[in-house]
Design a protein around this ligand. Structure first.
Ligand code: PMV
Length: 353
């Protein structure tokens, strides 16, 4: 059959940020559906930029024709992952087999910082693919565009679906959150106090080593975790509490909930079978120092953790100077090579020229 896209070519590029979950997604079913609803801050400085150059094929073969470059170089490991992902998306994007694709991707943060790049990279890729569809099809409503991009990002890496919106995003069906869905995230910035839209996130790198358990394996461990049902209930409840705290501008309550979420995530891993201990001694030291500092100085500084040893410090922008002094003078000694990434809540993805 002749290529219906004969002679068509173009290029599209997006920058998509990482995100940090406040109520965590841990446990999934089916095609990357979450067992509980989650909410995250969209970040600003930790991002991936991806471009896709697409050229209609001369040949009529139906294979996905991909050349993939990471930070300017061919990367067979990533290329294979992306190839498989694109092959799984032919139903959602029937145009894919008709084009030769050249994808370039790069992160704003070094690859070995222990920062997961899957959220930003899958979000950037999903936005590019949805843009190409838009360019070939003649345009979707903006809200539908981001819904589709979020759905596609979810299929690449669950938490990535939250990275397509500014400030805050909720993912997962929750009875008290209108329009919430397991399929895609929804934007959630409208109902929160402005203090949270300029929050800071300093990421203390305790270790940049690769995690000892992949997030795929970690989620799977929830299937046999004896506390799983109680956890899913707690998460949905924490989301209710957090939404109220954020609406009211109640930073102390916000802090109490996010720390509870971080420790619960790690507790779940500790009591899984097999079990994992992803915190390191310096993670605990940092947590201890934060608590003492908060009490002694009465500064609203709170922490959260991903599925790893690094610590995200969350604080209002008006406290940035004092907190950043505390980081530099006290906490940096507990980081690998004194490494910290200063980030903040951001305005979401950007379409690049
Ligand atoms: O998106 P995944 O499959 O890498 O899972 C992410 C899980 C956590 O980062 C630990 C929590 C979350 O909600 O982002």
């Amino acid at each position: 059959m002749a290529n219906p896209f004969k002679n068509i070519q173009g290029v599209t590029a997006w920058r998509a940020p990482s995100n940090i979950a406040l109520v965590k997604y841990w446990g999934k079913f089916g095609q990357q559906y979450p067992r509980n609803a989650s909410i995250s801050f969209t970040l600003n400085n930790a991002f991936t930029e991806t471009s896709i150059q697409y050229t209609a094929k001369e040949s009529s073969d139906k294979n996905i024709d991909l050349n993939f470059y990471f930070e300017g170089k061919e990367n067979p490991k990533f290329a294979e992952k992306i190839q498989r992902f694109l092959e799984s998306l032919v139903q959602q994007f029937p145009f894919l087999p008709y084009f030769s694709l050249e994808i370039h991707s790069q992160n704003s943060f070094p690859h070995s910082t222990g920062i997961a790049s899957s959220a930003s990279s899958m979000a950037a890729l999903a936005l590019c693919l949805t843009s190409i569809e838009n360019e070939l099809d003649g345009g979707m409503y903006p809200s539908l565009f981001f819904e589709k991009a979020s759905t596609i990002a979810r299929l690449g890496s669950g938490s990535a679906c939250r990275s397509v919106y500014p400030f805050l995003a909720v993912w997962g069906k929750h009875n008290h959150v209108q329009f919430s869905s397991n399929e895609h995230a929804i934007p959630f910035a409208d109902n929160v106090h402005p203090v949270f839209k300029t929050f800071k996130d300093a990421i203390l790198i305790v270790s940049s080593e690769e995690k000892s358990v992949s997030s795929r394996a970690g989620h799977a461990l929830m299937d046999n975790n004896p506390f799983a049902d109680a956890r899913y209930q707690q998460a949905n409840n924490n989301l209710d509490l957090l939404i109220n705290a954020m609406k009211d501008g109640n930073i102390a309550k916000f802090g109490e909930i996010i720390e509870n979420e971080a420790l619960t995530l790690h507790a779940l891993m500790m009591c899984s079978s097999p079990s994992y201990m992803l915190m390191q001694p310096n993670t605990l030291k940092i947590i201890d120092l934060i608590k003492t500092y908060r009490t002694e100085k009465d500064v609203p500084l709170y922490y959260t953790l991903d599925a790893g040893p690094n610590v995200h410090l969350l604080y209002p922008s008006e406290n940035a100077d004092e907190v950043e002094n505390f980081i530099k003078h006290t906490l940096l000694d507990f980081c690998e090579n004194q490494k910290v990434i200063f980030d903040e809540v951001g305005k979401g993805p950007i379409k690049l020229k």
